[in-house]
Write a protein that binds this ligand. Sequence first.
Ligand code: SAH
Length: 247
Amino acid sequence: MKLDNIRIVLVHTSHPGNIGGVARAMKNMGIGKLYLVAPRQYPDEQANWRAASAGDVLDRAVVTQTLEEAIADCQFVVGTSARGRRIPWPLLDPRECAQRMGVASGHGEVAVIFGREDRGLTNDELKLCNLHLNIPTDDAYSSLNLAMAVQIVCYELRMLMVSSELPADEHQQWDTPFSSSENMERFYVHLEETLVDIEFLDPAAPRQLMSRLRRLYSRVRLDEMELNILRGILTQTRKWVAKARKP
Ligand code: SAH
């Protein structure tokens, strides 16, 4: 387990004070990598003030314009959400999630994504994830303050690290690295184009087909070799479709 391979990603945060609070929550637990996707107001004095002695986490924070950039090189991505979504995704509590992230951090980069203070993460953002994390709360009020949600997740990661109770790693002897988020996104574009080409997917009525396929592949977790094989099949399929369509 490598805490250094785990990054916290904040999407469109409105209040700079929360960004500072997150930096502090992270540093207390020994997690140093912070990514800020298009923060509304940053840098800002309030962020520094709330960060207290975690100013170094803010200094090193990476600001990106899109979520895709912030997680491009990650092989395992967790999205956090205070409520259920239309298409159910594998959903775990912070303790269970920490175990999956802890194991994955031994192989490559891991991201945990946190949403906007007012609206959380969109369905499209949650679809970029391998699994979803929900912090159990009272039904009457399920939405935690952003920095407090980050604190709970980082605390569980720390507890796991000091407990030396990491679950067995079924991929310990794997021969190929798992695909990065960036390569998976390229694959989904390729897959969608091919499905439209063979008239399996109707762009006028796509329904939830691509979401379901995303969920399937993110559950399996493809390695780079498997991904290349699938892309080869797609390329060949499109070639034959083009041939068949020629008058
Ligand atoms: N109203 C929003 C909540 C936003 S709270 C919604 O319904 O989604 C801001 C962020 O804090 C969320 O996007 C999530 O990243 C995190 N968060 C807050 N409460 C949470 C909970 N109970 N479980 C998991 N994440 C939570």
